[in-house]
Every structure is written in C-alpha cells, then in structure tokens.
Design a protein around this ligand. Structure first.
Ligand code: SAH
Ligand code: SF4
Ligand code: F3S
Length: 472
C-alpha cells in the first residue's frame, strides 16, 4: 500500500539522533562559535522545497543560515540536471569556492540533488572535485544528518550511491524561505518519460502524499499566516494514482479550498494529457484557487509532440484551452516550450509560433533543447545547428514579447487585487504585488503592506513591468 513508501518513524528518529550528535561535535569543537551554513538551490520549485527541508535539518544540527558564501562553514549546492547550462553553472561555482578551504580548513562542501543521481556526474565529482566532502542524490535527502555525522567522525569523503526507489519523507524539519508564499509538494517523481527529459531518471517513480498529510500541512501553513500555497508536482493532474485514498487532484483542490481563511491556492505543473475538463470546472468552482493555469505544450507540431512522447496533439491541447477560456474568461495561461528538439524543422517550429499566437499566453518559459545523457532524444539525429536554433528561439521570444505587451496593455486602468510580496527588485521605494493571474504590478506604498492583499489600478504598462497605483 501507498503508506509503505513513506520513510519509517524509526528511520526519521535515527536521523534526529544523528542531528543531535552533529550538534554536540560542533559545540565541543568550539563552544563559542556559531557555525554558519550556506545553501544555494538550482532548478525548479521541487528543489526549492527540498532545500527548505535541508535548511530545517541544518538548524537542528546547530548551524545558523547565511547568505554570504565566504563566511560559511558548510556550503551546499542543491543541483538541477534538466539542461546542460544548469549543470555547467554548478561545476563553475564549485571551482570558485575551492579557495575557501584554504582559509577555513574545517569547511565542509556538499553537493546534492538531481545531478547527483547520475552515475557519470558522481564519477566526475569523485575524480575532479576531491575537495567536495559530501555527495548525495534526491532520494537520500532525509539522510543528511547521518551523512554529515559520518563525515565529521571519520574525516572521510562520502559519495552516496543513489537509492533505487524514491520514497516520501513526512514530518522532516523545515525552515521556509517565505512567510507569505509557501510551497506544498503533493507528489514526487514522474512516470511520463518525455523523450527529452531527465527528471524521471533523477526523481524516481511518481508517488503522491496521502491527502490527509497534505491537508494537515496546508492547515499548519494557514495557521502560520501563509497567504498563498503553491501545490507542487511534476504532473499534479495524476495526483493520487496509487494512493490508499481514492482522492484525485480536483478532489484535493476542493478540500483545500474548504479550509477557512484568507488565502489563495496555486499549483504546478499540469500535463495536458491528464488535465481534464473536471479540473477546469473545479478551478471555476473554487474561489480560493487562482485563475492561472500553467500548461506546458512544448511544441505546436504533432510530429514533434509524438517524438517527444507527450501523448496529446495540437488539436487536443487547443480544445482544452478553448474550454478553459470559455469557462474562465479571466484565466491567465502560461506554458513551457522547447525550441530545436532533434529533427525539428523550421515548419515544425512555425507551428509552435502559430500556437502561441492562437492561445496568447500571459508568459512563456522558452528553452533551447539540451541533450541529456540517458534519455531517448539524446540518441536521435539532431542536424540543425545551435546557431539556427538560437535564431528560431529569438523569433519565438520576440513574438511572445509582442503578445505579452498586448495582454498587459489591456490591463490599463483596470483594478486588480494583488498579494503584496516584496519591494521592487530595481527600485526599493516601490512595492511588488502579484495578481491572481500571476502578473507582477509595481506601485508606491509602505513596506508594512507586504503580506496583505491590496487593490491596485494599472496606470502604465510595458513589455516587462506593469505599474499601478494603490487604491485607498
Ligand atoms: N514536469 C513539468 C516540467 C519539467 S521540467 C512538465 O511536464 O511540464 C521544466 C521544463 O523544462 C519542461 O517543461 C521543458 O520545457 C523543459 N525541459 C525539460 N527537459 C529539457 C531539455 N532536455 N532541454 C530543454 N528543455 C527541457
Ligand atoms: Fe519531464 Fe515530461 Fe515528467 Fe515533465 S512530465 S517531468 S517534462 S518527463
Ligand atoms: Fe531540475 Fe530536478 Fe527540478 S532536474 S527541473 S531540479 S526535478
């Protein structure tokens, strides 16, 4: 049964015991010192959520968290393997922090996450990065206290072999990055094996948390003052497939919507093959669920979609989108697209462009295809040059910029309820709030408004920023 996939209480108690031992060793080493830990996260929100547990465990072990890598006694990179660029950045950054070992001989460097689930990466770490003390993959996350303890006791590098089976660890310590917006993973792993994608290999088979565990955590978040919960999973639409409870994703949304309080629910990611009309009806029914749907289509060409192993075609995707637009006229749509999949022609690419023109997404995440070792697509002939792909990529981005500018121009003079999240990244005197449809509006206002809902009227729109005025 599903619960058997959960890490046992005994195992979690053992880890808590190891955390206490680490704390004692550090205290004994230097009773005056506050040991500092720096954690940097690459990749998707699933990794961000994992890092919050890592930080929680580090606090239990007696560390304090720092944003300044040069003053850290423990540095951890939580890595992403989805594209080559993400991997290169990790190797580059590791090279750069090696020097800190000279000034701080007790410094521990750890690398974990998706990249470390891959045999060839672990080998590279072993051979070319001897100054890295700890290496462990996604499935061993909860064992950080045990691994660190072993490293401290035996003064020996640990390159953890990845466990085969993914599991679910409930009730791990946690230190959240944000008090207003919180991540709530509802499932882990992926069974879809899209031919370009490494995620199923590094995250393991799909497994869902039981609804009562998810609901309990959501209630705790709301009690702690959270205003926006984002449900996470690689394919949230197949939530609950192998669970003890028969509850599926729309049912879970309805349960969460029924929790009393002033908060919103978002979710990502939806896979078009499993996204049903029932889900769209549920969004329409549930007032706390944001009018925003992130529905990655990847390509507008049926031939490429088939090669990608996506299990839907352009017509099915558009039917779903049209149903959603009819049911929810104010729905904001976003998506992911890959340009330059092996064998893609300019005609195929043009179908992607025509799809974005037809749908008019609020925003797009666009990627140039990156071959991933071990995936099916990496073996396919790929005759188009990177230079040509880059040209196509720019053409797509230009088109989307045009669409986004048109969409934001239509927001002018309208008033939106926004959740005030932070100050603006480029002007400290401005606040930044997010609409229900996931558009950021900047406006003048007092910092004390952060964490509250406010009404803002749009006064000025550009391709990248939307400005507004706070309504009193
Ligand atoms: N589970 C989600 C997202 C997974 S990764 C989904 O199915 O949509 C996020 C995005 O990265 C994907 O949607 C895809 O657009 C992109 N991506 C994945 N593998 C890639 C690769 N090998 N090259 C380029 N982009 C990739
Ligand atoms: Fe990757 Fe496809 Fe799974 Fe998304 S659904 S994580 S793109 S294999
Ligand atoms: Fe990257 Fe792993 Fe997420 S590969 S996209 S961090 S699941």
């Amino acid at each position: 049964m599903a619960r058997e996939r959960n890490i046992s209480r005994e195992e979690l108690l053992k880890q808590a015991g190891c955390a206490l031992e680490v704390r004692k060793i550090l205290e004994k080493r230097n009773p005056e010192k506050r040991y500092k830990a720096f954690v940097h996260t690459y990749g998707c929100q699933e990794n961000v959520a994992d890092s919050e547990h890592i930080k929680g465990m580090l606090l239990e072990m007696g560390y304090t968290l720092t944003e300044e890598v040069s003053e850290a006694d423990f540095i951890l990179y939580n890595t992403c393997a989805v594209r080559e660029h993400a991997e290169d950045r990790v190797f580059g950054n590791l090279g750069a922090i090696k020097v800190y070992k000279k000034t701080n001989p007790d410094l521990i460097i750890a690398v974990c996450g998706c990249m470390m689930q891959q045999e060839h990466v672990r080998e590279k770490m072993y051979k070319s990065y001897p100054f890295v003390n700890l290496v462990f993959g996604t499935h061993a996350l909860h064992r950080l206290p045990e691994l660190l303890l072993e490293n401290l006791r035996r003064k020996k590098r640990i390159i953890c072999a990845p466990e085969e089976k993914g599991s679910i660890a409930e009730d791990l310590p946690i230190s959240r990055d944000n008090d207003i917006k919180m991540w709530l993973p509802i499932m882990y792993g992926c069974d879809n094996f899209c031919s370009y994608c490494i995620v199923p290999y590094v995250r393991g088979r799909e497994r869902s948390r039981e609804p009562e565990d998810v609901i309990k955590e959501a209630k705790e978040m709301i009690a702690a003052g959270c205003k926006e919960i984002t449900l996470l999973g690689q394919n949230v639409n197949s939530y609950g497939k192998n669970n003890v409870s028969p509850m599926r994703f729309p049912g879970l949304l309805r349960e969460l919507n029924a929790i009393p309080g002033d908060f919103k629910i978002r979710f990502m990611t939806s896979h078009p093959k499993d996204c049903t009309k029932e889900l769209i009806d549920t969004i329409a029914e549930c007032e706390k669920v944001s009018r925003h749907l992130h529905l990655p289509f990847q390509s507008g060409s049926d031939r490429i979609l088939k090669e990608m192993n996506r299990h839907y075609d352009r017509a099915q995707y558009l039917e779903l989108i049209n149903y959603a637009k009819e049911k929810l006229p104010d729905l904001s749509l976003t998506s992911d697209v890959i340009v330059g999949f092996p064998g893609e022609t300019y005609e195929d690419f043009k179908e992607t462009v025509s799809l974005i023109e037809e749908v008019e997404f609020t925003s797009l995440f666009t990627f140039i295809y990156s071959p991933r070792k071990g995936t099916k697509a990496a073996e396919m002939p790929d005759p188009v040059s990177h230079e040509t792909k880059t040209k196509w990529f720019k053409e797509l981005c230009d088109k989307q910029e045009e669409i986004a500018a048109k969409r934001t121009a239509a927001m002018l003079s309208k008033t939106y309820k926004v959740l005030v999240e932070r100050t603006s990244k480029h002007d400290e005197s401005l606040l930044a709030g997010r609409t229900d449809g996931n558009v950021v509006i900047e406006f003048k206002g007092d910092k004390s408004l952060i964490g509250t809902y406010q009404n803002v009227t749009v006064t000025d729109t550009g391709a990248w920023v939307v400005r507004g005025e706070l309504q009193k």
